[in-house]
Design a protein around this ligand. Structure first.
Ligand SMILES: Cc1cc2nc3c(=O)[nH]c(=O)nc-3n(C[C@H](O)[C@H](O)[C@H](O)COP(=O)(O)O)c2cc1C
Length: 242
């Protein structure tokens, strides 16, 4: 699979098959994603990778701690996942994402219990055989947090290139204390997100969501390109617009 296809076919997988991922492959992905660029080459990411019995035990502890509660209400994160109040167009994008997700799952808007059950699937890594955690030294700022995004996405595309699927999960921040204790994360580190890794279960409709994106002119201001042809020669706007 080439890079363009890997980017185009990546999606947030929310139902994995039980098929295991080879330990060498996991290691290669984690190592390979470190080719991501980082400011000053600080490589500020710290990764914890779990599978098998340790993963099962972590999931068990998290489920026991959550019980019947809704972690979105009962548990706080170490950093604000979203601003308190979102504004346009971000607010409507988030709402549309929820509508698309729960429609694919067949969970009606008023079914709060059904939505909670689905949300809690986050803490099972959606059934993935491998769970990763990405952490950062809490002394770092926005520059290095952005580098975590580079690492995360390089990892997800490398996984896709090997036919694997992923789901990045900030929701793990709701149970950061349990994760911290379990992986013995030092106090100076904080959890950024989890990443579910495995093979998608294609029989699940939730895995067929194609999330929309805003048109390019909504988020990019172009300067000078109207006057350029593909070969780089400047042409008049009137010729270019014909
Ligand atoms: C940093 C990050 C954290 C995310 N956290 C969650 C999460 O906790 N649970 C979840 O189901 N999806 C999570 N997502 C997935 C987003 O909802 C998803 O990327 C977005 O809706 C676009 O869909 P796509 O990834 O399928 O293209 C997260 C994505 C990113 C990049």
């Amino acid at each position: 699979m080439d890079l363009l296809e890997a980017i185009d076919t990546r999606f947030s997988c929310r139902s994995f098959s039980a098929k295991p991922v080879d330990a060498d492959v996991v290691r290669t992905l984690i190592e390979g994603a470190a080719r991501a660029a980082s400011g000053g080459n600080l490589q500020p990411w710290r990764i914890y990778a779990l599978t098998g019995q340790p993963l099962a035990e972590l999931k068990r502890r998290v489920a026991a701690a959550i019980g019947d509660n809704d972690p979105r209400e009962s548990a706080s994160t170490e950093y604000a996942i979203y601003p308190k109040e979102l504004w346009g167009p971000y607010k409507s994008r988030r709402e549309e994402h929820g509508v698309q997700l729960y429609a694919a799952l067949g969970i009606p808007r008023e079914d709060k219990a059904g939505r909670l059950i689905q949300y809690k699937r986050n803490f099972e890594f959606f059934g993935a055989p491998v769970g990763l955690f990405i952490a950062i030294d809490r002394r770092f700022g926005p520059g290095q947090w952005a580098d975590l995004g580079s690492y995360l996405h390089t990892l997800m595309y490398l996984a896709r290139a090997r036919g694997l699927d992923t789901c990045p999960q900030q929701s793990w921040g709701r149970v950061h204390g349990i994760v911290r204790d379990f992986v013995q994360m030092p106090p100076e580190q904080m959890l950024y997100c989890g990443v579910a890794l495995g093979y998608s279960d294609p029989s699940q409709a939730v895995n067929h969501i194609r999330s929309p994106r805003a048109p390019v002119d909504e988020f990019c201001a172009f300067f000078g390109f109207d006057d350029m042809q593909n070969d780089g020669k400047t042409v008049s706007a009137s010729t270019q617009n014909r």
